[in-house]
Design a protein around this ligand. Structure first.
Ligand SMILES: *[C@@H]1O[C@H](CO)[C@@H](O)[C@H](O)[C@H]1NC(C)=O
Ligand SMILES: *[C@@H]1O[C@H](CO)[C@@H](O)[C@H](O)[C@H]1NC(C)=O
Ligand SMILES: *[C@@H]1O[C@H](CO)[C@@H](O)[C@H](O)[C@H]1NC(C)=O
Ligand SMILES: *[C@@H]1O[C@H](CO)[C@@H](O)[C@H](O)[C@H]1NC(C)=O
Ligand SMILES: [Zn+2]
Length: 502
């Protein structure tokens, strides 16, 4: 509907242009391009409707159903027909937009893991909180292995923490100081046949080993509460014969980032934004991150009606749920020259949680590349101007901005909440149900079209449109890039993607 309208507008302008240039053909594309108005927030926001977003969400759910052939339920996880369908949908929608964008596929190999079955028996008990780590290798020959539970000193980050009887045993390691992947590797080097990492604070411990390594051993997480009796017994010198079993695979599969950049605008000064095209295996991921992906796609179809002063670069990342694989790969492939062309990166992941809060990443200049805070303030100013409350949330590596800020590119973004619990105070600020997750269907089969709050989605999509239009018009007052140096943060992030890494 709005696309038809805009075509009508364009032909009207063309007629005017023809009057001024009587010798040119009526439908000269050069004239069309030259006569588009400069984008503005108001104009771009004016195209956004809940109705269009709903239509796209329904389409995406149909695509997710293609994943059911292999997964028995709708999913858009990388490697599934649902993800391939998502990429085709994004690509073909962009390809229909005449010649406005340069579209490219960036293929890379993504690490994918699947734990089919697992079991941990410590002494004569199976601790209830046992959770195999993502991307864990299987136990030897995918069979149960047997050995004593061995208490590791300190946090098991150093070979010297491992007693000599670790060889042939199951290493029992406290969380903290280094990543789960490092602990698993050091345990493997010490000859452990499996490893159990127990939490150093309250709560479930489920994480990922991250980048696979040949010396990783089969690794589980455990709560502190479940671990305590064993620690006591081991410290008392008791022998706890145990067994571990994980049947899993870790493999590499090709997948694709899709990038679309306006042909117009200063090609050396780009505003970049991204959402992730994949979901988890457990469900269709319509909120996570169907909403971000579709928001970008919807805006991309309307931006074509306008001129831009600065280039706009859209990205649909693959493999976010496996640990930010697509965005990591993309940034790793940028030369310094290319890196410096990206003035900022805006991350849009989960924009319509049913029990939403308007969340703004607390991306300050003190802790991030300079410019991050100016972007943060653009979001908060917008919510204030629209009479809405907002909260700041940690900018801690849980989504695709991570590689950008680690390579000197200012970043930020907005979200509406995942597995966090809405407080009483937030219920007063945003409505909804206190004591419940922002998205009760986070990473589950019920993340369908019914899981979306359209009030939040529409306002956030307008805000995304505003963020694009603002920087597409001008970077006046926005800090210049200073370098592509890899930044070291004071505190290492607990996350790299949706799962804990340490
Ligand atoms: C890019 O990838 C999309 C999605 O897989 C596909 O539909 C399209 O044909 C590819 N285009 C090119 C030029 O490879
Ligand atoms: C543990 O296993 C070893 C070797 O199989 C055995 O000799 C020992 O008696 C067992 N200890 C306990 C406490 O079950
Ligand atoms: C935002 O981050 C800064 C540090 O960069 C911190 O001082 C401040 O307390 C944070 N604000 C919130 C609300 O988390
Ligand atoms: C913002 O939060 C306050 C409570 O802190 C509440 O009274 C007000 O209604 C909220 N505004 C909106 C638009 O929900
Ligand atoms: Zn996500």
């Amino acid at each position: 509907m709005s696309r038809l309208l805009s075509l009508v507008t364009l032909s009207a302008i063309t007629v005017a242009a023809v009057v001024q240039h009587p010798l040119t053909d009526g439908y000269n594309s050069q004239i069309l391009i030259n006569t588009k108005p400069l984008v503005s927030s108001e104009a771009l926001e004016g195209h956004i409707t809940s109705k269009n977003l709903l239509k796209r969400a329904k389409k995406l759910f149909e695509i997710a159903e293609l994943g059911a052939a292999d997964y028995n339920h709708p999913t858009r996880v990388i490697g599934s027909a649902g993800h391939v369908g998502t990429l085709d949908y994004i690509y073909s929608t962009l390809a229909e937009l005449d010649d406005y964008y340069t579209i490219s596929n960036q293929s890379f190999k993504a690490v994918v893991g699947n734990v089919f079955e697992s079991r941990l028996v410590l002494g004569d008990k199976e601790p209830e909180s046992t959770s195999p780590m993502s991307l864990t290798p299987p136990t030897k020959h995918k069979q149960a292995v047997f050995g004593p539970l061995v208490l590791v000193a300190n946090q098991g980050c150093d070979s010297s923490d491992y007693p000599s009887n670790t060889k042939g045993g199951i290493a029992f390691i406290e969380r903290g100081v280094c990543s789960f992947g490092t602990k698993s590797a050091v345990a493997g080097k010490a000859g452990a046949i499996a490893a159990v990492i127990y939490n150093n604070e309250e709560g479930h411990l489920s994480g990922t080993l991250g980048e696979p390594s040949d010396i990783h051993v089969a690794t589980f997480g455990l709560t502190k509460q479940d671990a305590e009796p064993y620690i006591k017994d081991l410290e008392g010198g008791k022998v706890i014969n145990s067994s571990a079993y994980i049947n899993s695979i870790v493999s590499k599969a090709p997948t694709t980032n899709i990038i679309a950049q306006t042909k117009g605008g200063d090609q050396d000064n780009c505003v970049m934004l991204g959402g992730h095209s994949d979901s988890v295996a457990e469900g269709p991921g319509i909120n996570d991150d169907g909403t971000g992906s579709l928001t970008l796609l919807e805006i991309a179809t309307h931006l074509v009606n306008y001129e831009v002063n600065n280039c706009v670069r859209f990205a649909w990342w693959a493999g976010e749920e496996e640990g930010l694989l697509g965005s990591d790969y993309y940034v790793s492939q940028l030369s310094e020259h290319e890196n410096l062309k990206i003035r900022l990166f805006m991350d849009y992941d989960m924009l319509a949680s049913p029990n939403f809060a308007y969340q703004v990443y607390n991306a300050t200049n003190a802790a991030n590349p300079v410019g991050s805070e100016e972007l943060r303030d653009l979001y908060t100013t917008y919510y204030e101007a629209h009479g809405q409350n907002y909260t700041f949330i940690p900018f801690d590596g849980r989504s695709d901005y991570d590689a950008f800020i680690k390579h000197g590119i200012p970043g930020g973004g907005i979200a509406t909440g995942a597995e966090g619990v809405k407080t009483m105070e937030e219920a007063a600020m945003f409505g909804g149900t206190p004591g419940q997750w922002y998205d009760p269907c986070y990473h589950q089969i019920c993340d369908t079209v019914d899981n979306l709050n359209f009030e939040a989605w529409e306002l956030n999509t307008k805000l995304v449109a505003h963020s694009i239009a603002t920087y597409a018009v001008s970077f006046k007052g926005f800090p210049k890039r200073t370098g592509a140096k890899v930044a070291t943060r004071d505190e290492p992030s607990l996350y790299h993607g949706p799962k804990l890494v340490m």
